[in-house]
Design a protein around this ligand. Structure first.
Ligand code: CA2
Length: 141
């Protein structure tokens, strides 16, 4: 499952200097191009509750791993953090930009404390690296 948080529906339309020109549809295609054998569930929501519902829905045998860009909720959401703590599959957080090279308020990832790891700063290729990291974690299970 690949989850995308608030404003990522606007990817490729604004702030191209920070996030590049790929749209979220391009990211989806990038993943299916790199991993044709994987059946991705790819979602975006601007609503915290919807993202929490999706995390809870991943607590089934049918979802092998979670790759997520929580958008701005990364830096604020205790509720997403708490939902993640209850999810035991591999969980990889991804960011298009390098959150450590930007404003100070982006330095801290609240959600990241409940993920297995964080990939940040490789443009939309961060998603590809996120899937590779999840596959590595699954191979060790
Ligand atoms: O670098 C990332 O992937 C972020 O998760 C993106 C979030 C930001 O709040 C995080 O600090 C880092 C913002 C997503 C907003 O997406 C936009 C896309 C196009 C234009 C404007 C915003």
């Amino acid at each position: 499952m690949v989850l995308n948080g608030p404003n990522l529906n606007l990817l490729g339309q604004r702030d191209k200097n920070v996030y590049g020109s790929d749209t979220l549809e391009d990211v989806k295609n990038l993943l299916s191009g790199h991993f044709p054998e994987i059946d991705f569930i790819f979602l975006q929501s601007n609503h915290e509750g919807d993202l929490i519902d999706a995390i809870q829905s991943a607590r089934t045998d049918t979802i092998d791993a979670l790759i997520a860009n929580w958008g701005g909720f990364t830096h604020t959401s205790v509720a997403i953090h708490d939902a993640l703590e209850l999810l035991t599959i591999p969980k990889v957080e991804v960011h298009i930009s390098n959150i450590h090279a930007r404003e100070e308020f982006r330095e801290r990832s609240v959600t990241g404390k409940a993920m297995d790891g964080i990939i940040t700063g490789f443009g939309t290729y961060s998603y590809v690296l996120g899937v590779k990291a999840a596959l590595q974690l699954l191979s060790k299970k």
